[in-house]
Design a protein around this ligand. Sequence first.
Ligand SMILES: [Zn+2]
Ligand SMILES: [Zn+2]
Length: 160
Amino acid sequence: MPLDSEQIEKQILRFQDELFDRGLRLTKQREQVFRIVLGAEGHLSAEDLHRQVREQNRSIGFATVYRTLRVLVDCGLIEVRQFGDGVQRYESAAGDHHDHMICVACGEVFEFEDDEIERLQIKAAESRGFEIVSHRLDIYIRRCDSPKCGPLSKRRLNHR
Ligand SMILES: [Zn+2]
Ligand SMILES: [Zn+2]
């Protein structure tokens, strides 16, 4: 979910602090990579990010993008997502918590928030004497209303 410009600037400052703690500097390239993640609508792979950052800076290499992503994950500023296709995707860790539904037919990812599901997860952990540190909920779906993603049986009929 995209952040507003004030939130984005706060995140850049946090990145600068985290880099400083690691003896690193906020270079133009590191900043460019992070700004693309912060401004993204969805979930980007390292290749997607490299393509986008190259539109601003032709000289940035894939290795730089990838190393920057590792540092950002290490700092807790971005999170890695795995949606079952073996590709790692990244999104900002700031902003409201959300979970994901992933279409098994086309791979499209939908973000959602459901207070009742969140409450039930806390209840399930607490009833076992645990406290939730974090959670990730990915629900694999097939869109029933989409001609290319609808139920298998219907798709077979359509192709006959
Ligand atoms: Zn959740
Ligand atoms: Zn997401």
